[in-house]
Design a protein. Structure first.
Length: 299
């Protein structure tokens, strides 16, 4: 990869959040840094009809509704942050925009974070929230239990992909899956791309926190490419050219396609990891948002 290809807005984005070398000791500072950078990265979000905190089967979550329908389709959303940071507040703006642009409700899951709660805590929280969406509790919030999609950015994309496969295995038919710069491969040989905003040492820290040494990372819940991908819901996979995760995201899209799953895969040139969340910085984030919303409207 040629660093000269890095988009000027990507260079600007890399100056917004204070980089904290990740260790167990520095993790609280890294979490705070992500929270503090959010207003400058995401900017103002639209006012929508309702935003409320809900108990999704024992899992805290935030529900966004922009429409007035009594039975809105709903996106089950998993935030990024390496399984160790991020929350519903860091992704509030993106979820508001997605609800406003798509007409779907969005349920953003405040899943338990590693290393305090390693695998399978986060994906189990997603499963519990999905069960809640399909039950009478969600119907009381005006949601359609028959039209549910999953979505997520970065490690949230991993959680969404695994949730989609688990749902298929349980006989649950989902409408689709939106995977934004997803983490996929626990055995990836990451190139040295420190200058692009997400580096291989960070990824190693994230994996070790979520699936500590001794955990079998070849199981499909941790390596989605090892699963049978046939029969999974339609997918939109968004990657960034200068993201060290782009190759594994595109391998997953290719694997879905080979298994007969309808897939749209888009690589945004010159951009780095997880640009779609940073709506105050990237022009392309608004294009990606429109693409996400269009996919939902088709599903």
């Amino acid at each position: 990869m040629d660093p000269g290809r890095l988009h000027p807005q990507a260079r600007a984005a890399m100056q917004v959040q204070q980089r904290v070398p990740l260790t167990r000791a520095t993790l609280p500072a890294a979490r705070l840094s992500m929270v503090r950078a959010t207003p400058d990265e995401v900017g103002e979000a639209p006012e929508i009809r309702s935003v409320r905190t809900v108990d999704a089967g024992g899992v805290p979550a935030r529900l966004y509704r922009a429409g007035d329908d009594d039975a809105l389709p709903v996106v089950l959303y998993a935030h990024g942050g390496g399984w160790v940071m991020g929350n519903v507040d860091t992704h509030d703006g993106l979820c508001r925009h997605l609800a406003a642009r798509s007409g779907w409700a969005v349920l953003s899951v405040d899943y338990r974070l590693a290393p305090e709660h390693p695998y399978p805590a986060a994906v189990d929280d997603m499963a519990r929230a999905l069960t809640w969406l399909r039950g009478p509790g969600a119907a009381g919030h005006g949601l359609d239990p028959g039209r549910i999609a999953v979505a997520g950015d970065s490690v949230g994309g991993h959680l969404a992909a695994v949730t989609a496969r688990r749902a298929r295995d349980a006989g649950i038919r989902l409408a689709g899956q939106l995977l934004i710069c997803p983490v996929i491969d626990p055995a990836a040989d990451y190139p040295a791309l420190d200058e692009y905003g997400l580096d291989r040492e960070e990824m190693r820290f994230f994996w070790d926190a979520y699936a500590p040494p001794g955990v079998d990372r070849t199981q499909p819940d941790l390596d989605p490419l090892r699963a049978d991908l046939a029969g999974l819901p339609p997918a939109l996979v968004i990657t960034a050219e200068l993201d060290l995760l782009s190759a594994e995201g595109e391998r997953y899209a290719a694997g879905l396609l080979a298994a007969g799953v309808p897939v749209t895969a888009t690589r945004y040139q010159g951009l780095n990891h997880n640009f779609p969340r940073k709506l105050a910085i990237f022009d392309a984030a608004h294009i990606a948002l429109a693409q996400l919303a269009a996919a939902l409207r088709r599903w």
